[in-house]
Design a binder for this molecule. Structure first.
Ligand SMILES: Nc1ncnc2c1ncn2[C@@H]1O[C@H](COP(=O)(O)OP(=O)(O)OP(=O)(O)O)[C@@H](O)[C@H]1O
Ligand SMILES: [Mg+2]
Length: 290
């Protein structure tokens, strides 16, 4: 029997740099502090290049952060040996990378892809796991079981990649844009599958999405901005998040009036902070400074 239920994740001061061919460093993440509870369902949002995929790959133990720590439950995966990480990826954390085909073996069949994804799981642990055929049925690919992946459509590959990711019955499922190529009908079915997995097994689910309809089904959203957590949504309400060293992102609709480099005055009361343009200083009503 496998451990039932999900597991939590925590990032502390996570920084990630990529070195380009020309030898330049690109800062993809610049200080991410984030905690995800066991069994939580979270959607990562944010503009292209804001670091969503990088953060997901770090949480999945596919890349190591340049600095900072990442914990899966109590285990620090940023310092784990490669052997332990491989075991963890095979059995506890499943990551579906952006672009379905990167997760699949293109020259073999759907059914065999599911078999390969479970290669690192001892067969005794799979006794009560769904069969390859049951998984394919769940994602609407029963008729494609013996079809070779390279002949499948983008949407079919995306659904197969998800079936492969859940085949190991992971405690954490990380999925990078799992519905970007699906029709509305297929998208809704896949989103339902993700939530069912959470309900039935307590699996912790993190998805990256650009689709508001998908994000709206998640109780928590984390919006990335410039390599940091910019804001969070909880049960429909939106909050700004104070980052490392007190950094705070302005909501994006305010940035045109408050461009980078603007000097502001900050006055703090016990439960309120007022940010004002020096030119407006005299205009702050006293009752607003609490
Ligand atoms: N392998 C790489 N080499 C160099 N730079 C990279 C690499 N991968 C990502 N980057 C850069 O890191 C930053 C963050 O990229 P990331 O892919 O995490 O963003 P994203 O939020 O997932 O974007 P998208 O919504 O387009 O998928 C970007 O500036 C990107 O160009
Ligand atoms: Mg991405």
């Amino acid at each position: 029997m496998r451990d039932a239920g999900g597991i939590g994740l925590r990032c502390a001061g996570v920084v990630h740099l990529y070195r380009t061919f020309e030898g330049h460093d690109v800062v993809a993440l610049q200080g991410v502090d984030l905690e995800i509870q066991p069994g939580e369902r979270v959607a990562f949002l944010g503009p292209s290049g804001s670091g969503k995929s990088t953060l997901l790959a770090l949480l999945g133990g596919i890349q190591r952060p340049s600095a900072g720590r990442i914990y899966l439950g109590d285990d620090d995966i940023s310092r784990m040996s490669e052997r332990h990480l491989a075991r963890l990826r095979a059995r506890r954390v499943a990551t579906m990378l952006q672009g379905a085909t990167r997760n699949l073996l293109p020259y073999t069949t759907a059914r065999r892809n599911i078999g390969f994804s479970r290669i690192g799981v001892p067969s005794a642990e799979l006794d009560d796991a769904p069969t390859a055929m049951e998984l394919l049925e769940r994602v609407g690919l029963a008729d494609q079981a013996d079809q070779v992946v390279s002949t499948m459509s983008g949407g079919q590959r995306q659904r197969l990649a998800l079936a492969c990711a859940v085949a190991t019955q992971p405690q954490v499922l990380l999925a990078d844009e799992p519905t970007s190529q699906l029709s509305h009908l297929d998208r809704d079915a896949v989103v339902r599958l993700l939530h069912d997995l959470n309900r039935d097994f307590g699996t912790t689910i993190v998805v990256v999405t650009h689709q508001p309809e998908v994000a709206a089904t998640f109780p928590r959203t984390v919006t990335m901005k410039g390599g940091r957590v910019g804001s969070e949504g909880r049960d429909g309400a939106e909050y700004a998040v104070i980052g490392a060293e007190g950094v705070l992102h302005l909501p994006s609709h305010l940035t045109p009036q408050w461009p980078p480099g603007t000097l502001v005055r900050i006055e703090a009361g016990p439960r309120r902070i007022v940010i004002s343009h020096p030119a407006d200083d005299t205009g702050i009503p006293q009752e607003d400074v609490r």
